[in-house]
Every structure is written in structure tokens, then in C-alpha cells.
Design a protein around this ligand. Structure first.
Ligand code: ATP
Ligand code: MG
Length: 420
């Protein structure tokens, strides 16, 4: 049987719709069933004069959040939620919901985040929660569309690996047959190898795992990372690509997600490009921290307040950035993309010279023999290249003004949470 979504309903037609029993109301001579599907709420109206009493009784006996299918005639009704109501011929209970419910789905009493995450299947039924994931899907769709249009091809790199990307910390060990292995913290080494493989422009949207024990509103232990790597582009060129991507995604979400944005009460303002660029030296002056310190949360906030919009921090000291970043005297060709609230992305022009790369590994006290498979790619024709990694959750959180990064993931993984 063909079902019609609530968003596609036309007055004066017969339809079959399906969804969840959102609410039942009774006004004496007339009963209402508010039926919810993914797109919104439909009013099923049962005037005593038009609907047989057995059917009205059947509907009134339904428990909230039960799943039903309704066949009926659509009438225009400007006072109803979407400007129409349905007069039912038939209401079929597909599956009854138990009560009490683990969570109130009408949104009248908002539960705390932990309770919501424990009953995520129920929480996502709330329009304001569902809106986040409708927008998330659009963001990732638009990222892929933008990068594909810019000649990038999508790749998948392994998530189970033998070596750390940037040293031994922050890794989740796993048992891999008779050996120890790790969940990958970044596709960095593999996307660089693909530059030697001649793919020229690659991107990946995939999970990264970080075993950091932080408990903040902007860190998770499993993140969706949007990564690119491009041959024959330099740091400035991949920064331009990044700011264009951010602007493209904001514009697309503003155009295509008006209903979810409205559920969240968010009006997007499209960021202006080019973003401002400030040197690390200026940033630490604003934040009042010493040369050589990374920007902690307080420093990010101080600089963010001063900048007021998206910006790049460039000209980093070489010791603050990973071994694969191209150095320039005591500085390097690395950049961070910042939102006033937090860091969104890190990137750089990479080292493509084998000897320099080995030297930089040693200077970070990393053993070149652990990086053999990676280093080999630099010995037989590695082009100059650059790239970045952008956290999908942080992009969403800053775009939508969400208070906590856990809001932006269906099933967040953090220090305390590994279920559901
Ligand atoms: P931070 O300093 O904010 O912890 P980072 O510099 O360690 O982040 P990178 O290794 O530069 O992170 O990773 C690139 C991007 O991936 C970050 O800018 C961020 O958007 C995202 N990211 C990395 N780690 C996390 C995490 N634990 N939780 C959420 N997002 C993350
Ligand atoms: Mg970073």
C-alpha cells in the first residue's frame, strides 16, 4: 500500500498515512488524533456525525506513541497543524506502545541530556532532536557534493591500524588476532599515501577514534572527520577550499532545511569569505599566553571573542604541529580554522621530501621504523600536497548553536558512555 508523507498531502484526496500517536484530544462532539510522521504532525478529525462510534472508540483506546495506519479523506482546515485534516474511514493499529513512556515526546517537559541519550530512539521522535539529524544528513550530503564538484574522489581508509598517526598517545588498543593493534585516530597517513598513488585529490568522511579522557562539551571519543588531501595545492589553496566549503554548506542548509531550522529556532547567518587570518603570534597576544603554548579553551574563547566570526590561525611554531607539516624556519605551514566558540579544522602544507620527513620524525622522538609503509610512499615520486581535517560534529554544533557536542551524534561515545 502506498503511503503519503504528511509533507506531500493534497486537500480533497483520499490518502493512506502512517505514523505515531502523538496526542488524543476530545472536545465533546469531536475527537482528534494527532498523528506524527517524520515530516510533521497531521490532524485526524473525527466528528461524531461523520465517523462511526466504533471507530472513534477504537482510536480513543490507542496508547500514546503506538504506530497506526490511517486511511481517509483530506480536507483543507486552516486551524489544523499543516493546514489540513483527515476524516478517517479506517484506523489500523500496527503496533501498540507500552506505557509509561521512557520520555515525554510532546516536548512539554524536556528531559536532561543523559536521559535523552539513554532513550535515543524516543528522543529522536521529538521534532527538535530529529531536526539536528535531518540537518546533519544535509551537511554531509553537501560536503560530498561540494568536494565531488571540485574534483575530489571519495576514499575509505582502514580504521584498524598497527601504528599511531602522531605518536603513541590517545589510542584505543584492540586485540588483533595474536597482536595488539589500534583504532585509527586519523586517516592522515593513508590519505597522504594516496597522493603518491596518483589520486591527486581525495576525501574521506569517516570515524576517527581518540582515547583522550576529556569530559568537555566539544570532545567525543568517536568523531566523524571530514578529511581532504590534494596534490599540487599549497596551504593557502586548501584554506580557500575550506572556507568555500563552509560557506557552501551554510547556504545549502539555509535553503534546504527551513523546517528543521524552524523546529530548532535557528536563523542561519551565512559566513562571509574570505575568513580573517591571524598569526599564532597575534593570537597568543590576545589570549595573553606565552610563546609555545597551545591555545586552551580559555585562550580559544578570548581570541574568538575578539574575532567575532570564523577565522584562521596561521604561522604556528613548528613544535606545536605534527611531524608531517612543512616547516618554515621555526614556524610551519599549518593552519587551524576557528569558530569563535572552538576549533573546527586543522590542516597544513605537508612535507613531501623523504629526507626532511625522516628528520622531522626523529625530532618528534618518533621511530622511523614504525612508519616504514608510510615513508616508502615518499621515495618513488611523491608530489607536493596539502590537506585538512574538519570535525563534522563541531561544524554542526557551531552552525546550530548546540550547547553540547553530544547533541549532534545519534549515539555519542565519551568517557562514560558506550551504550546505547
Ligand atoms: P582539540 O585541540 O580541540 O582537542 P585537535 O587539534 O586535537 O582538537 P585535530 O587532531 O586537529 O584535533 O583534528 C582535526 C579536527 O577534528 C578538529 O579540529 C576537530 O574539529 C575534530 N576533532 C578532533 N578530535 C576531536 C574530539 N575529540 N572531539 C570532537 N572533535 C574532534
Ligand atoms: Mg587541531
Amino acid at each position: 500500500m502506498k503511503l503519503t508523507r504528511s509533507s506531500a498531502i493534497v486537500p480533497e484526496t483520499d490518502v493512506t498515512v502512517a505514523g505515531w500517536v502523538h496526542e488524543l484530544r476530545d472536545l465533546g462532539g469531536i475527537s482528534f488524533l494527532l498523528l506524527r510522521d517524520r515530516d510533521g504532525i497531521m490532524q485526524i478529525t473525527m466528528p461524531k456525525k461523520k465517523v462511526p462510534p466504533e471507530l472513534v472508540e477504537h482510536v480513543r483506546s490507542l496508547s500514546r506513541e503506538s504506530v497506526v495506519r490511517v486511511a481517509g479523506l483530506v480536507k483543507e482546515e486552516l486551524k489544523a497543524p499543516q493546514g489540513f485534516e483527515i476524516i478517517p474511514y479506517e484506523v489500523e493499529l500496527l503496533n501498540a506502545a507500552e506505557s509509561p513512556l521512557p520520555l515525554d515526546v510532546t516536548g512539554k517537559v524536556r528531559a536532561d541530556l543523559d536521559t535523552r541519550l539513554d532513550a535515543r530512539f524516543m528522543d529522536v521522535r521529538l521534532p527538535a532532536t530529529r531536526a539536528i539529524f535531518l540537518i546533519r544528513a544535509t551537511v554531509l550530503h553537501e560536503v560530498r557534493a561540494f568536494l565531488s564538484a571540485h574534483d575530489f574522489i571519495e576514499i575509505q581508509t582502514p580504521k584498524m591500524v598497527a601504528t599511531a598517526t602522531e605518536g603513541g598517545t590517545q589510542l584505543f588498543p584492540i586485540s588483533y588476532f595474536d597482536r595488539e593493534a589500534f583504532l585509527n585516530q586519523s586517516p592522515q597517513l593513508y590519505k597522504q599515501i594516496m597522493m603518491a598513488a596518483g589520486l591527486e585529490r581525495v576525501f574521506e568522511v569517516g570515524p576517527i577514534f581518540r582515547a583522550e579522557e576529556h569530559d568537555t562539551r566539544k570532545h567525543l571519543n568517536e568523531v566523524t572527520s571530514i578529511d581532504i588531501e590534494a596534490s599540487f595545492l599549497d596551504d593557502n589553496e586548501v584554506m580557500e577550499l575550506l572556507e568555500e566549503l563552509i560557506q557552501h554548506v551554510y547556504i545549502a542548509v539555509a535553503e534546504r532545511c527551513s523546517a528543521p531550522l524552524q523546529s530548532l529556532g535557528v536563523t542561519l547567518s551565512i559566513p562571509h569569505i574570505p575568513f580573517k587570518r591571524i598569526a599564532y603570534a597575534e593570537a597568543i597576544e590576545i589570549a595573553d599566553i606565552p610563546w609555545g603554548d597551545d591555545l586552551d579553551t580559555a585562550a580559544e574563547r578570548a581570541v574568538g571573542q575578539e574575532m567575532g566570526e570564523h577565522y584562521f590561525i596561521v604561522d604556528w611554531p613548528v613544535e606545536l604541529k605534527p611531524f608531517y607539516v612543512q616547516p618554515r624556519n621555526n614556524l610551519c605551514y599549518a593552519f587551524d580554522l576557528m569558530h569563535p566558540r572552538m576549533e573546527l579544522a586543522s590542516g597544513a602544507r605537508r612535507i613531501h621530501d623523504y629526507a626532511l620527513l625522516v628528520e622531522q620524525l626523529a625530532s618528534k622522538s618518533l621511530a622511523p621504523e614504525n612508519f616504514g609503509f608510510y615513508l616508502d610512499a615518499f621515495r618513488f615520486g611523491m608530489p607536493p600536497h596539502a590537506g585538512w581535517g574538519l570535525g563534522a560534529e563541531r561544524l554542526l554544533v557551531t552552525m546550530l548553536g548546540l550547547a553540547n557536542i553530544r547533541e549532534s551524534v545519534l549515539f555519542p561515545r565519551d568517557r562514560r558512555r558506550i551504550t546505547p
